[in-house]
Ligand binder design. Sequence first.
Ligand code: ACO
Length: 332
Amino acid sequence: MSKLMDEIKQKAALLNKHIVLAEGEEERIIRAAEMIAAKKIARLTLIGNPNVIKAKCPDAKLDGVQIVDPATSPKTKEYAALLYELRKAKGMTLEQAEKLTLDCSYYSVLMIKAGDADGMVSGAVHSTGDTLRPALQIIKTAPGISTVSSCFIMCLPEGSKYGEKDVMVYGDCAVNIDPNEDQLADIAISTAESARTLAGISPRVAMLSFSTKGSAKHDTVTKVQNATRIAHEKAPNLDLDGELQLDAALVPAVASLKAPGSAVAGKANVLIFPDLEAGNIGYKLTQRLGGAEAIGPICQGLAAPVNDLSRGCVAEDVVGVVAVTAVQAGNK
Ligand code: ACO
């Protein structure tokens, strides 16, 4: 496990945030809850039937962990009314809201919306869409941001000449398939924020393309140029530059030829990919060929943190995602 993940867990423990684990009846989640409770990484609520949880892991030590079953909780009625108020303009009926509130993902995000929890983690069983949709509908975006996106923290092999403190942060590699220029600008600003708050680095953001400073002309290049301008307007103090090819972003000698005078070129530590194909391929190349450990995907841009697990995750992965979520909650 990376040094950075250890630091994130320590930070989380100091914050003492309340995180909801929507899939409380899943064995990997129960085992993770035991570890989190033992190390006091966060206060926890498991969503599920207490008898099912007990039967799955009879020996689990869940001292201090709250277990809530939406089917019997006294809060369910209040949360259903809240959901109805939030979604009635979209055509939701009270009856539909009452039914949806029984769903563990909806119940969890409603806890956050009602101020009864700080963040949520799900996705060991549910798909990315089923995990993120309730958050997109109910929690909505953070002030100044219209696009929810994701980043990966790439922990490079020790002593790397790239990034900062052997860390780079990539966005968006998991959510927005073909972002427009406004969405790409939001992705850049949110990824810079994640780099600062989670990775502890001062972001220098490269808006990536197959062109550097007008060397090629194409609609996709224009999109990155416009996103760069919009991001500058929205975050004038952020070190951000584009459009840059990957080598101009990372290699000082190439930067001095292709983007002389840039505050970012040659020393970027945050990479913004023009679309999900590039982002997803880029992080996997760094992971597989570059030997980096990838922390993520980390969801960013929501008004309160919600994170999606990989369905192949193990309990230790869940502990890490809960720690990340708690640290994000500490920065809200
Ligand atoms: N930012 C902000 N709001 C959003 C976003 C976004 N990125 N996406 C959707 N919304 C809002 C919509 O405006 C809508 O709000 P409203 O109902 O209040 O009007 C609500 O969320 C639901 O919108 P849908 O379009 O119905 O959302 P959908 O469920 O189709 O999709 C999702 C959301 C799951 C995030 C989708 O963008 C997606 O599938 N992305 C790709 C995920 C993927 O396959 N990733 C690759 C694998 S992950 C990996 O490899 C690590």
